[in-house]
Every structure is written in C-alpha cells, then in structure tokens.
Design a binder for this molecule. Sequence first.
Ligand code: PGA
Length: 252
Amino acid sequence: MGRKKLLVGNWKMNKTILEAEVFAKASLDLSAFAEQREIEIGVCPTFLGLKTVKEINPKLIVGAQNCSEFDHGAYTGEIAIPMLKEIGINWCLVGHSERRSYYGETNEHCNAKIKALIAADMVPLYCVGETLDQFEKGETKAVVEEQIRIGLSGLSADDVRNLVVAYEPVWSIGTGKNASKEIAQDVCGYIRKLLRASFGENAEKIRILYGGSVKPVNVKEYLSEPDIDGALVGGASLAVESFRELIANIGE
Ligand code: PGA
C-alpha cells in the first residue's frame, strides 16, 4: 500500500508559453508546499509549454496531453515519445475523453500508446470513463471494464508498476456536475478489482485518480475514499491560487 497522493492539472488547450512560464515560476512555492504535505503534484501543458515548465520547476511532474504510438515517420501533426523524452518529459495522458470524442481515439489506440510509453520507461496516465448516455443506461462498469481490458491488454504485472489510471465520468468534465464520492469510489474500487484480477498484488501500487469538476471545495471528499489516490483537475488547475487551495484542502 502506501500510495502517495497525486494531484495532476490538465491544462488542455490553455496557456501560451508566456502564461505557462508565469505559472511555472509560481509553482516553485507550490512544490515546496505539496512536499510538506506529502502530495505529488504535476501539470500537463500543451506541447509548446512542456520544456519551459520543466526547466523552470524540475520538481513538478510535467506530462504531455497526448503522444503518438509511433517513434517517427510520416504522421503529420503528431509528436513522438523520443521527442518528449529529449526534453525530459516522462509522463503522458492517454485516452482523455476529449481525445476519444473529438479525435476518434479508441481503446486500441490507447493500448498502443500505453505500450509505447511503458517501453520508453514513461508513466502513462490512462483516462477512462463513461458518457452521460452510458451512465443513464447503467452501463458505467461495462464501459470502464472494456476500456481497462483493451487499453491494458498485453501488459505484464511488471509493466504496470508506473501506470496511473484516472476515472473521469464524461458527464462531469467541465460541467460542474460532480459524480458523488460514493459513485467515484464505487467505480475506482471496481477498477482496482479489475487491475487485481490482471496484475495481482501490483494493483495495490497503481494510483487511481478521480477527475471531473474537482474543485478546492470538493477535493477532500474524493481523496478520503479508499480507492481514490488523487485527482486529475482541469479548470481548477489553471490558476496558481486555486491549485494551492486544492493542495491545502486535501489536508495532511
Ligand atoms: P475539469 O476537467 O476539472 O475542468 O472538469 C477534468 C479533466 O478533463 O481532466
């Protein structure tokens, strides 16, 4: 056990390089504050902001929001894993719901990216979650089961030692409609059970985050649940002040 709490900000398509630089400078204090509280923190800027943020605050986890499953080649508009590694980036989101719904990413694409990231010794932060329609039809667990089964297929118990999973119900992302802590724990507990079935004891080491309208006022309730080890935060991660409040409100 002993999973360290983790707070990751997903900036999506926000912040120019200059704006990212302002945040990165202010984040030096945030890192010290989080360290005192034994919380790991990170942000996922756009590709353009990665290098600047990492250079200014090497203590911050800095993740890309996406990557190609291919190493190089004729894939216009894509960014390859060796390019991320070259600038010191070791984390990457995979399968965020906006990638799935706007850019057609499937569980199979996610599987290829996760395998490529693991082969490069990087940390994949794999996002899963159901749409409103699927939630209303009671299909949440079936959807998540398929996302986990296909997304992580072909991986060994050793492969997943650095994996992080985020459960983000699509209907709660950017909507202010949170999943209750009971729903969030129920699904995160179910994800842990699936991970245990595939990877045995190593499932206890995998951090599972909740995401979807996490704010300073509600962050603590999620993190008090046994299978929720942290949060993936969009809107509330953009301003340094609210990031600080998220850390403060998680508590000791
Ligand atoms: P939100 O986004 O916190 O703005 O709801 C979460 C996410 O998309 O990861």
